[in-house]
Design a protein around this ligand. Structure first.
Ligand SMILES: [Zn+2]
Length: 457
């Protein structure tokens, strides 16, 4: 008898234990204390008008019950997002309940105005804690509404340019500007700050290069954006003088091809390509590729001006080709190609010493396709000089050079018929006429005077 009783007792004990464990587990489950997790992405500190941000809410165990978002400014409070979720059951308890959505924040539409504003995101879960209301997570963000557009004040007045030439525009913009520069059609010229002129304004310099093939009429304006994303543009007085460029014929001979093609022997040409076909591929496709790479290399620049005073050029040299020369290439009496010369050619004695035209930092040394052995120097704020067809390079990438320092020797590497220096100037990636920069009269009137007026040049 007692044996059966003992079996019964132990069965009851086991049953009670199981019930106790089960109910403890259910209490632990239903009364879990893990609050939801809230994350936001794409929410800036400064807001101009409406802004969409991404909201992530996740909750482990019981799942998300409700999400509420409100904005508070002074005594004004508005709820602009309130979403309740149905209970998805314990079956999901092992997984994490997630909610991701884009939320539109439009404080102006809700009647708020410029100044400090607080964003509060609440999320509750389905736990039975807190008198069955669930665990609460609160995320508070302090934001600023700023709907005032940047103010732009053009400073330089005599903004005269010629096609293929350069120039400097100076202006000031409100202090909270984070990005500014000048648009000329599709071209963008970044501007660089040169200190503060007052508490509310910052001064900028912006160097412009007018492409030799610019399309008229032009759209030319200063652009600025502040930290809240407010944008503004301003027009200024300018003139762009149209000019025509020289036409030059270049005779391609077989002996010239025999001389220059070995330099390009590493390139892949179609089988059985004639020398003249190889030349055309180099003169067209390779030239384009080289100029694209130069543009890319000159897109990063020192924000400080590294040059000073007159620009110097190859000593005792003669200019044998000019910027913008439209070249027609003839082979056996037939015109086979047209290209534009994007620099000047300076010829002196063979292997003449080449100096840095002005102070700066070397950003490239090596073979640059049609330009042969090449050195590129960054002079700061978007201005670069390029030295091509060298026979020797005496500087290293990253090296700082002073005006007049020897950087190499002239030669005839690349697509060069004889020993000469190909000299180019680039302004924010645009090839411009170097003769302007080498002319001190032009430099003083168009650049230095403007710099003197706004900085301690
Ligand atoms: Zn040249």
């Amino acid at each position: 008898m007692w044996k059966t009783g003992s079996y019964k007792n132990s069965f009851v004990i086991s049953l009670i234990s199981i019930l106790v464990i089960l109910s403890a587990y259910l209490v632990w489950m239903f009364f879990e204390k893990e609050a939801p997790c809230i994350k936001v992405k794409g929410l800036p500190l400064y807001l101009s008008s409406s802004k969409r941000f991404v909201l992530f809410v996740s909750d482990r165990k019981m799942g998300i019950r409700r999400i509420k978002i409100e904005l508070i400014q002074g005594k004004k409070k508005k709820i602009f997002f309130d979403k309740s979720f149905s209970y998805s059951g314990l079956l999901n308890r092992k997984g994490t309940h997630r909610y991701t959505n884009q939320v539109l924040l439009n404080p102006l539409k809700l009647g708020f105005s410029d100044g400090d504003i607080t964003l509060k995101i609440y999320a509750w879960d389905y736990s039975k804690r807190n008198s069955f209301k669930g665990n609460l997570q609160l995320l508070t963000k302090k934001l600023k509404i700023d709907t005032i557009h940047p103010q732009i004040v053009p400073l330089s007045r005599l903004n005269y340019f010629s096609v293929g030439g350069s120039g400097l525009i100076t202006y000031e913009v409100s202090e909270d500007t984070v990005s500014t520069g000048i648009y000329l059609n599709k071209f963008f010229f970044p501007a660089y700050p040169i200190g503060t002129s007052s508490k509310r304004f910052k001064r900028y310099v912006c160097y412009i290069g007018i492409p030799y093939d610019i399309k008229f009429p032009v759209d030319f304006y200063i652009w600025a954006e502040d930290r809240a994303g407010n944008k503004a543009i301003a027009r200024f007085y300018y003139r762009i003088k149209k000019r025509s460029f020289r036409k030059r014929s270049i005779i391609i001979t077989d002996s010239f091809l025999k001389k220059v093609l070995p330099f390009f022997s590493h390139l892949a040409f179609p089988e059985n390509a004639r020398d003249i076909d190889k030349f055309l591929k180099i003169n067209r496709e390779f030239r384009k590729k080289n100029n694209r790479l130069i543009k890319e290399l000159t897109s990063k620049t020192s924000h400080k001006r590294l040059w000073k005073g007159a620009w110097i050029y190859l000593r005792n040299s003669k200019c044998t080709a000019r910027f913008g020369d439209h070249r027609a290439y003839f082979y056996k009496g037939k015109c086979i190609d047209h290209q534009v010369h994007l620099g000047i050619d300076l010829a002196s004695v063979a292997n003449a010493s080449v100096s840095a035209s002005n102070s700066g930092r070397v950003i490239y040394t090596g073979i640059m396709g049609i330009y042969g052995l090449t050195v590129i120097i960054d002079h700061g704020q978007g201005i670069f000089s390029l030295y091509g067809h060298l026979s020797r390079i005496d500087v290293k990438k990253g090296q700082e050079v002073k005006k007049g320092d020897i950087i190499g020797l002239t030669g005839q590497t690349g697509l060069a018929g004889g020993d000469h220096l190909h000299f180019s100037i680039l302004v924010n990636g645009i090839f411009v006429n170097p003769e302007e920069w080498l002319d001190y009269h032009w430099l003083r009137n168009n650049i230095i005077r403007k710099l003197k007026r706004i900085e301690g040049y």
